[in-house]
Design a protein around this ligand. Structure first.
Ligand SMILES: NC(=O)c1ccc[n+]([C@@H]2O[C@H](COP(=O)([O-])OP(=O)(O)OC[C@H]3O[C@@H](n4cnc5c(N)ncnc54)[C@H](OP(=O)(O)O)[C@@H]3O)[C@@H](O)[C@H]2O)c1
Length: 328
C-alpha cells in the first residue's frame, strides 16, 4: 500500500516520507479499512514537529487520527456484516503508530463509526477531531437547550462545529472571530450574534446581547487569552469548556473572580474523553449527517503524496475549514 510516515520529528518537508508498506492484517476486535480520505489537524502537525508526544519511542509513525473509507476485512470477534460498511475513523494515531495517511489502516472496530450515505468521505475526515471536540465542549455539562453559549473562534475548525451543535440543541449562540472575513465565516455556522474580538468591546457587547444576564457557557479556543473575559461575562454557575490555550500555554487564572461565581472549568481533550461521550458523539454525528444538517467546510485538499504540503497549510493557519488528504 502507499503510505506516508516519519521516523523522527522535524519539519514536514524533511521528515515525511511517501512510499510502499505492507498492508496490515486485522487482529482480534479490529477492522481493516481501505481509506479514501485522511483529515489533518493541528495535533497531527504538532506531533510530527515534536511539540507533542507522537506515540513512538522507536520506529515509524503514519500520521493523522481522522479519516474515512470502507471496511474491507474484519478480525476475530468482529461481525462479517461490517465488511463493505462506509466508516469514519478516529483516534487512529493516538498512542499508536498507525495513522490514516495510508491506503489501509487496521484499528479497533470501536474506532470505525458508520458514515451515512448522505456524507462523502471528505466530510467523514472532519468527524473525529473537529466535530467530536466541538460536541464534547457543547454537551459535557448537560443539555444546552435554552442556554446562551459564547463560542470563541467560531470561524475555526472546532468552533464552527461547536456553534452548530449548540444551535441544533436549542441554545442561543454568540460567536467571536478576528476579522470581518472571519466574522462572515462564523455567521455561516448559524451563530445568531457574531462579534469581532479584535475590534468590539466584548464585555459591553455581550452584556447588551444578554440584557445584562451574561452567558451560561463558553466554548473556548484560547483559554489563557480569554479567561479574564470569561470571568466577566459568565453567569454565576457558568462553565468554560476549553480545548486549547496555544497562545498562552501556562495561563494565570483570576481565581477569586471565578470562585465567587462558582464557575466550572471543563478542560477537554478529545482523545481521552469518556467512552460514553464518544458513543454519544458518534450517535449525534450519525444523525446529523443523515439529516444533512451540518455545514461543512473543506478549505484545502491534497493528494497523499503531498501530505507535507497539507501539514504546511495547517501550520500556516488562517484556513476557512478542514484540510483533507485524498487517497486513491
Ligand atoms: N483539546 C482537544 O481535544 C483539541 C481538539 C481539536 C483542536 N485542538 C486545538 O485547538 C486549537 C484550534 O484548533 P482548530 O483546528 O479549530 O484551529 P483553527 O481552525 O485554526 O481555529 C483557531 C481559531 O482560534 C481563533 N482565535 C485565535 N485567537 C483567538 C482569541 N484571542 N479569541 C478568540 N478566538 C481566537 C481563530 O479565530 P480567527 O481566525 O477568527 O482570528 C480561529 O477561529 C489548536 O491549538 C488545536 O491543537 C484541541
Amino acid at each position: 500500500m502507499k503510505a506516508v510516515w516519519f521516523n523522527q520529528c522535524g519539519d514536514a518537508a524533511e521528515v515525511l516520507q511517501y512510499g510502499d508498506m505492507e498492508v496490515p492484517e486485522p487482529g482480534p476486535g479490529e477492522v481493516l479499512v481501505r481509506l479514501r480520505t485522511s483529515g489533518v489537524n493541528p495535533s497531527d502537525v504538532k506531533k510530527r514537529a515534536g511539540l507533542q508526544p507522537a506515540g513512538f519511542e522507536d520506529g515509524f509513525v503514519i500520521p493523522h487520527s481522522d479519516g474515512a473509507g470502507v471496511i474491507e476485512a474484519v478480525g476475530m470477534g468482529v461481525p462479517e456484516e461490517k465488511i463493505g460498511a462506509r466508516v469514519w475513523v478516529y483516534q487512529a494515531q493516538y498512542q499508536r503508530h498507525w495513522g490514516t495517511a495510508a491506503q489501509y489502516i487496521v484499528l479497533p472496530a470501536l474506532r470505525a463509526a458508520r458514515l451515512p450515505d448522505q456524507a462523502n468521505f471528505e466530510v467523514g475526515a472532519c468527524a473525529g477531531i473537529p466535530m467530536m471536540t466541538a460536541h464534547r465542549c457543547v454537551f459535557a455539562d448537560g443539555a444546552p437547550k435554552g442556554k446562551t453559549i459564547l463560542v470563541t473562534g467560531a470561524s475555526g475548525r472546532v468552533g464552527f462545529y461547536a456553534v452548530q451543535w449548540a444551535r441544533r440543541a436549542g441554545a442561543t449562540v454568540i460567536g467571536t472571530a478576528g476579522s470581518e472575513a472571519r466574522c462572515e465565516q462564523a455567521r455561516q455556522s448559524g451563530a445568531e450574534h457574531v462579534l469581532n474580538y479584535q475590534q468590539d468591546d466584548l464585555v459591553d457587547a455581550i452584556e447588551e446581547i444578554t440584557h445584562g444576564q451574561g452567558v451560561d457557557r463558553i466554548v473556548d479556543v484560547e483559554f489563557g487569552l480569554n479567561i479574564e473575559l470569561s470571568s466577566q461575562v459568565l453567569k454565576t454557575g457558568g462553565v468554560v469548556a476549553s480545548y486549547s490555550s496555544s497562545k498562552n500555554m501556562n495561563p494565570e487564572i483570576p481565581f477569586y473572580s471565578l470562585m465567587f461565581k462558582n464557575i466550572t472549568l471543563e478542560l477537554v481533550l478529545v482523545y481521552n474523553m469518556p467512552d460514553s461521550a464518544k458513543m454519544q458523539a458518534e450517535q449525534d454525528i450519525y444523525q446529523a449527517l443523515t439529516e444533512d444538517a451540518l455545514v461543512h467546510r473543506i478549505a484545502k485538499k491534497f493528494p497523499l503524496a503531498q501530505t507535507a504540503k497539507a501539514h504546511a497549510a495547517i501550520e500556516h493557519g488562517g484556513l476557512d475549514g478542514c484540510v483533507v488528504v485524498e487517497i486513491d
